[in-house]
Ligand binder design. Structure first.
Ligand SMILES: [Zn+2]
Length: 85
Protein backbone atom coordinates (compact mmCIF):
# COMPACT_ATOMS: atom_id res chain seq x y z
CA UNK A 1 0.00 0.00 0.00
CA UNK A 2 1.30 3.44 -0.88
CA UNK A 3 2.45 5.30 2.26
CA UNK A 4 0.26 8.37 1.63
CA UNK A 5 -2.83 6.18 1.21
CA UNK A 6 -1.96 4.40 4.47
CA UNK A 7 -1.50 7.75 6.26
CA UNK A 8 -4.86 8.98 4.96
CA UNK A 9 -6.55 5.75 6.12
CA UNK A 10 -5.08 6.05 9.63
CA UNK A 11 -6.17 9.71 9.91
CA UNK A 12 -9.63 8.79 8.66
CA UNK A 13 -10.00 5.78 10.98
CA UNK A 14 -8.88 7.88 13.98
CA UNK A 15 -11.23 10.70 12.89
CA UNK A 16 -8.33 13.14 12.71
CA UNK A 17 -7.92 13.14 16.50
CA UNK A 18 -5.20 11.91 18.86
CA UNK A 19 -6.00 8.40 20.06
CA UNK A 20 -4.85 8.93 23.66
CA UNK A 21 -7.70 8.74 26.19
CA UNK A 22 -9.22 12.14 27.01
CA UNK A 23 -7.24 13.91 24.27
CA UNK A 24 -9.10 15.51 21.40
CA UNK A 25 -6.16 17.32 19.78
CA UNK A 26 -5.70 17.04 16.02
CA UNK A 27 -3.39 14.32 14.72
CA UNK A 28 0.03 15.76 13.98
CA UNK A 29 2.10 12.58 14.03
CA UNK A 30 1.57 9.07 12.76
CA UNK A 31 3.40 6.33 14.57
CA UNK A 32 3.66 2.58 14.93
CA UNK A 33 1.90 0.92 17.90
CA UNK A 34 4.54 -1.79 17.87
CA UNK A 35 7.72 0.18 17.19
CA UNK A 36 9.19 -0.09 13.73
CA UNK A 37 12.68 -0.30 15.27
CA UNK A 38 11.51 -3.42 17.12
CA UNK A 39 10.02 -5.10 14.07
CA UNK A 40 6.62 -3.41 13.94
CA UNK A 41 5.01 -3.41 10.52
CA UNK A 42 3.94 -0.30 8.62
CA UNK A 43 0.30 -1.31 8.31
CA UNK A 44 -3.12 0.10 9.09
CA UNK A 45 -3.49 -2.16 12.13
CA UNK A 46 -0.11 -1.07 13.52
CA UNK A 47 -0.52 2.64 12.70
CA UNK A 48 -1.86 5.24 15.09
CA UNK A 49 -2.47 8.99 15.11
CA UNK A 50 -1.07 11.14 17.93
CA UNK A 51 -0.93 14.83 18.80
CA UNK A 52 2.53 16.36 19.16
CA UNK A 53 2.42 16.22 22.96
CA UNK A 54 1.52 12.55 23.21
CA UNK A 55 4.01 11.53 20.55
CA UNK A 56 6.71 13.45 22.44
CA UNK A 57 5.78 11.69 25.67
CA UNK A 58 5.91 8.34 23.92
CA UNK A 59 9.22 8.96 22.20
CA UNK A 60 11.07 10.71 25.06
CA UNK A 61 10.81 8.72 28.27
CA UNK A 62 12.87 11.15 30.37
CA UNK A 63 12.20 12.60 33.82
CA UNK A 64 11.47 15.99 32.26
CA UNK A 65 8.77 14.59 30.02
CA UNK A 66 7.27 12.56 32.85
CA UNK A 67 7.21 15.70 34.98
CA UNK A 68 5.59 17.60 32.14
CA UNK A 69 3.07 14.81 31.64
CA UNK A 70 2.34 14.74 35.38
CA UNK A 71 1.71 18.48 35.34
CA UNK A 72 -0.53 17.95 32.32
CA UNK A 73 -2.81 15.64 34.28
CA UNK A 74 -2.54 17.74 37.44
CA UNK A 75 -0.39 15.48 39.61
CA UNK A 76 2.41 17.02 41.66
CA UNK A 77 5.47 14.80 41.99
CA UNK A 78 8.66 15.44 43.98
CA UNK A 79 11.71 16.60 42.04
CA UNK A 80 14.80 14.50 42.67
CA UNK A 81 17.80 16.28 44.19
CA UNK A 82 15.81 19.04 45.89
CA UNK A 83 15.91 19.00 49.68
CA UNK A 84 13.58 20.83 52.01
CA UNK A 85 15.24 23.63 54.01
ZN1 LIG B 1 -2.93 13.76 22.42
Amino acid sequence: MEIQVLADLIRSRDRGRCTEPHCDAPIQHLDHLHRWSEGGATTLDNGVGKCTFHNLVRESPTDAVYLYRSCYVGIVIPVRGVEKS
